[in-house]
Ligand binder design. Structure first.
Ligand code: SF4
Length: 326
């Protein structure tokens, strides 16, 4: 077994004959984790390789902690997906009912997070509430921040039901052949390339893919990679060409619909970028599987660390923090 104090420059050759890609997969969220901070990527994907002990326990605990943006986005997606799934079996859940459910879920999260912060025991149930980073860390203004996040989440759900710009997507999602939260898988890569699509539906010769967003449009370029993977999947899945595929991001808070230009260039670029990601991932994979945390350099950036649940992780030597507290 590789010891925790092994430096990554000293790692022995790891069974060079085995498949270097074994156990690796690519997903947009995984590549985003790697892009933001390699140390965080380690915590998120290789914590199981750490030796048993307090450090591992702490990392595993923090893997389940979510910040307000992540959690409210997750609840918003759950409400919309449940709405469509229930429609398929003849139940029409009202906007009010879903808004109340969303509110209750967040209220439970807040209560549970406070309980954990005060030293309470973890809940042993199949779907325990989520521990919210803002409450756990007793952020200044945590109540205000969470109230604001809740307001935005409820506004997004309301807009989903009421905004005329989304009427077409509500109707597509309600169609019997619509696919809700369907799994995506792309062939032609050395590892599984996977993802999840919020809504995919075919109407006539055209396929439409909708990605619900709680925030406003701020495509920094990487989201286009995610959307291009949806397009690649749709052309295969619906046996059509790129001209018949439409991919949109529906920004529920700002009520904007942003269309992604689907073309062959975007598809080629997406394939190249995934392969480039994999080149980097596979190098780290061998260290990650062996728990060699030093190969995963912390990449402290104010914006990233501020929302990272691992910012309080003590380093294994000397009890220092992953970073100075932010
Ligand atoms: S706190 Fe910052 S440096 Fe540490 S794991 Fe998180 S993002 Fe990386």
């Amino acid at each position: 077994m590789v010891q925790m104090n092994l430096r990554f420059t000293e790692i022995p050759e790891l069974e060079g004959t085995t498949d270097a890609y074994a156990g690796l997969n690519w997903s947009y969220s995984r590549r985003e984790a790697l892009e933001h901070c390699t140390r965080r990527y380690f915590f998120q994907y290789y914590a199981s390789a750490l030796p048993s002990g307090d450090f591992k326990t702490k990392v595993n605990f923090l893997r389940g902690v979510k910040n307000r943006y992540l959690r409210t986005g997750e609840i918003m997606h759950l409400m919309i997906a449940t709405h469509f799934k229930k429609l398929k079996i003849g139940r029409n859940l009202s906007e009010d009912w879903l808004m109340k459910w969303a509110k209750d879920l967040l209220a439970e999260d807040r209560k549970y997070s406070l309980h954990i912060r005060n030293g309470g025991a973890s809940a042993h149930q199949q779907f325990p509430p989520t521990i919210l980073d803002e409450v756990l860390n007793g952020s200044r203004d945590d109540e205000v921040l969470l109230d604001h996040a809740e307001e935005q989440m409820l506004g997004a759900i309301h807009n989903f039901f009421r905004t005329p710009a989304f009427a077409e997507f509500r109707s597509l999602g309600a169609s019997p052949e619509a696919r809700i939260e369907c799994k995506l898988s792309l062939a032609g890569f050395p590892v599984p390339v996977t993802g999840k699509i919020d809504l995919a539906a075919v109407s006539g010769a055209h396929a439409t893919i909708v990605d619900w967003k709680i925030g406003g449009s701020s495509d920094g370029g990487t989201e286009s990679l995610q959307l291009a993977t949806y397009g690649l999947w749709a052309t295969t899945e619906f046996r059509t060409d790129e001209k018949n595929v439409r991919i949109v991001k529906a920004h529920l808070t700002t009520k904007e619909v942003v269309q992604f230009n689907v073309d062959l260039n975007a598809f080629v670029n997406a394939r190249v970028r995934i392969l480039q990601d994999l080149e980097r991932m596979v190098i780290l994979h061998r260290y990650g599987k062996s728990g060699v945390i030093d190969a995963f350099t912390p990449n402290p950036q104010q914006g990233v660390c501020r929302l990272c649940p691992f910012r309080g992780v003590p380093r294994r030597e000397g009890g220092r923090l992953c970073l100075k507290p932010i």
